[in-house]
Design a protein around this ligand. Structure first.
Ligand code: SAM
Length: 305
């Protein structure tokens, strides 16, 4: 198994990560990106937990469209992070299918070849979904993207979906997984307002799951499917609720630097206040039966003609 990592000749990958570090977390520095989550060891672990959780939520189906893959077919995972989805997908497709992962940040790529399945072709490259390589036009049978809610600005969503359409073969499929709203009680509401403020400040779309179906249709996709599932949050829901709490609290705790660098957005003034707000949210989830987050998988087809 050969893994290829392509690094473009830009200044986008500074080794001097100090300037983007905040209280122990490491963030990406891709030019123009508003992505708010870290790219570091704890985030890699969280993505592994999240993949298990989300796969379990959808009966371990990670590819929704019914596709009969053939030798030479290509699959793209946009915003692949640690490649955890690709590393699962590779075991579900024929040997000669090529898997490509692209991400604005390479720090999470699975560089240890022992982590990779012993067959197939898997490549990782650095780049943005909003501007894919021109030679990729009409080469992918499936484009997968999961959880870029904390990364893409309104106009970037349109560009990304347009790029997905361009790189798909006619009849190919796109699959997008995104989080929806989360709810429990008053503290969670306050926290949600804080996250909303952060997203608005950065031009990100917290309600992207409401908008994706119409964005797909506007880009010319047909057969638009929406599969929405609730994910219970907190210990009241047993092991699954605890795992979900760990994962999503990991997401929110990961927003520490963006929130504190924005002066706390009128909700917190110090790192301690930030931590105690999140502790209170966690406690509310544990003690509120029905606390949940919704998760969506959308999939749609590029018309044959
Ligand atoms: C929350 S992580 C999800 C990772 C992976 N999709 C998964 O589900 O495990 C979001 C990933 O998107 C990447 N990302 C953010 N903006 C991007 C962009 N414009 N193009 C490609 N990747 C991007 C981030 O670097 C990060 O690795």
């Amino acid at each position: 198994m050969e893994i290829t990592v392509i690094r473009p000749a830009t200044e986008a990958f500074p080794e001097d990560i100090d300037r983007i570090q905040h209280v122990g977390r490491v963030y990406q520095s891709f030019p123009g990106s508003e992505y708010v989550l870290p790219s570091d060891g704890p985030e890699r672990d969280r993505l592994a937990l999240q993949h298990r959780l989300l796969a379990g939520t959808f009966e371990n189906r990670i590819m929704m469209p019914e596709i009969s893959f053939e030798a030479g077919d290509r699959i793209l995972d946009s915003g692949c992070g640690s490649g955890v989805w690709l590393l699962d997908a590779i075991n579900q497709v024929p040997n000669a299918v090529v898997l490509e992962g692209i991400d604005i940040e390479s720090r999470l790529f699975p560089m240890d070849s022992k982590l990779i399945a012993t067959r197939g072709n898997m490549n990782f490259s650095i780049g943005t979904i909003t501007k894919l390589p021109s030679e990729w036009t009409a080469t992918f049978t499936l484009v997968h993207q999961r959880l870029l809610i904390a990364a893409l600005r309104a106009e970037e969503w349109g560009q990304a979906i347009k790029e997905m359409m361009r790189v798909l073969v006619p009849g190919g499929w796109v699959q997008l997984g995104e989080a929806g709203a989360w709810q429990a009680g008053k503290t969670t509401e306050k926290h949600r307002s804080l996250v909303d403020k952060l997203f608005v400040k950065r031009g990100l779309l917290l309600d992207c799951s409401d908008r994706i179906p119409s964005m797909l249709r506007a880009a010319g996709f047909s057969n638009v499917h929406i599969d929405k599932r609730p994910i219970s949050l907190g210990s009241w829901a047993g092991e699954v609720g605890i795992e979900a709490r760990e994962n999503f609290m990991g997401v929110f705790r990961g927003m520490k630097s963006p929130v504190l660098n924005a002066g706390g957005l009128g909700y917190v003034n110090t790192e301690e206040e930030w931590e105690s707000l999140l502790d209170a949210v966690e406690e509310e989830w544990d003690n509120t039966e029905g606390a949940e987050m919704s998760f969506f998988i959308f999939y749609a087809q590029k018309p044959l003609f």
